[in-house]
Design a protein around this ligand. Structure first.
Ligand SMILES: C[S@@+](CC[C@H](N)C(=O)[O-])C[C@H]1O[C@@H](n2cnc3c(N)ncnc32)[C@H](O)[C@@H]1O
Length: 372
């Protein structure tokens, strides 16, 4: 039985049992059902041979810049001797490898004091990470921190992979999208909110005001993760990189129906109900929610910027040995990588960077400097 059939049967049985399921339950199962979910199945891959690229697949310079950021944070914190880098959702481990390689080569003093810990839900990806990171075994750990850490918790494209509720304003009321069975097929239906208090609190805390007919994803899992991150951190930083928006940008016309998207073989697909377990399902991250829930949980907002400014401030041109004026003639590979990572038509503006901190005072990070 293939993944699609397994997941379809499982979800159909749940719907028969309960009458309807939330989109969040559907997405959670399609992505993370043990053995057959998209991320937890045997076929998951990221990059050229997978369904989508992340920045770490574009060029190792992305990881080198993050390594620079981590080093700056370590220095800002007074060079602690036990410094944990906790990566959430490390994919194939490529980014971790680029970060560790750069720290080892350029910042030996910092490298000696770090432990690199990975929190990963997929055992298939964990196996890939172990192979990719074979050279750094003595630096690595997997799993949840056993006690609050001093260091940095970071992620790239983690929050966009968390399951979401989908809600819409209909007749002046906020309703939720459910999935039911109709003639043996999935069908959509709007009804009262499943987790009313939490969903309404999410909308209010993140400053979302829906217009009539407008739909949005509500990621209660993101709030739960922010709470966990604040609890994991004794002292240090949280750094989240992802595609997303602030609540103030929500009424942009192309976002009126929400931001849910699926990816298969490097193509964007709008139907989440096909190829179950075989296509990625994702939603843009509401960074206003991460900021507001972070503040409630004890994280201070250090700054918010886009990937282009972040990488330029961290020296992407110098690290690629390209003149800071821009693109270099005769080096098409580097130019293409730069274009993808920092130009607005690539990942430069859609991708955002949020930094939060805990128990730190009187510092500034050059990555957040404003320019232009
Ligand atoms: C879109 S991929 C990004 C991978 C990687 N960070 C990169 O940049 O290539 C999302 C990652 O988050 C992991 N993930 C999703 N939900 C998770 C959870 N609840 N706990 C730990 N890892 C999770 C996935 O298995 C996957 O490794």
């Amino acid at each position: 039985m293939n993944n699609h059939t397994k997941i379809f049967e499982l979800l159909s049985n749940k719907i028969i049992e309960k009458g309807k399921i939330t989109f969040k339950e559907f997405m959670q199962t399609a992505l993370y059902q043990p053995e057959s979910g998209y991320y937890t199945g045997r076929n998951i891959d990221i990059g050229k041979t997978g369904d989508f690229y992340t920045s770490s697949n574009v060029h190792p310079v992305f990881g080198w810049c993050i390594a620079q950021q981590i080093y700056d944070m370590w220095e800002t914190m007074g060079n602690p001797s036990d410094f944990i880098i906790l990566e959430l959702g490390a994919g194939t481990g490529m980014l971790a490898k680029d970060i560790l390689s750069y720290l080892k080569k350029n910042f030996q003093g910092c490298f000696e004091h770090i432990t690199y810990q990975i929190l990963e839900v997929s055992s298939t990806l964990m196996e890939k990470q172990q192979v990719t990171l074979n050279d750094f075994q003595e630096k690595l750990q997997w799993g949840t921190p056993q006690e609050p850490i001093i260091g940095v918790i970071f992620s790239n494209e983690f929050f966009d992979a968390l399951p979401v509720h989908r809600v819409k304003k209909i007749g002046g009321e906020i309703k939720e999208l459910y999935i039911v069975l109709k003639d043996g097929k999935f069908s959509e239906l709007y009804d009262d909110l499943s987790e009313k208090e939490e969903i309404m609190d999410y909308l209010e805390t993140s400053g979302v005001k829906l217009k009539e007919g407008q739909q949005i994803e509500v990621c209660l899992e993101a709030k739960r993760w922010v709470d966990k991150i604040a609890a994991f951190l004794k002292k240090g930083f949280h750094l989240a990189i992802d595609y997303g928006y602030l609540a103030s940008e929500l009424d942009w016309p192309h976002r009126f129906d929400g931001t849910l998207m699926c990816y298969k073989n490097h193509k964007a697909v709008t139907n989440p109900y096909m190829d179950l377990g075989e296509q990625d399902i994702t939603a843009h991250v509401n960074f206003s929610a991460l900021q507001s829930f972070g503040e409630k949980a004890g994280l201070v907002n250090t700054g918010f910027t886009n990937q282009m400014k972040f990488l330029v401030n961290l020296g992407i041109f110098e690290k690629m040995q390209i003149q800071s004026s821009g693109f270099s003639q005769g080096n098409e590979k580097k130019n293409l990588a730069l274009k993808r990572l920092i130009m607005p038509e690539g990942m430069g503006e859609t991708f955002k960077v949020l930094i939060q901190h805990k128990r730190l005072k009187n510092f500034s990070l050059k990555s957040l400097k404003n320019f232009g």
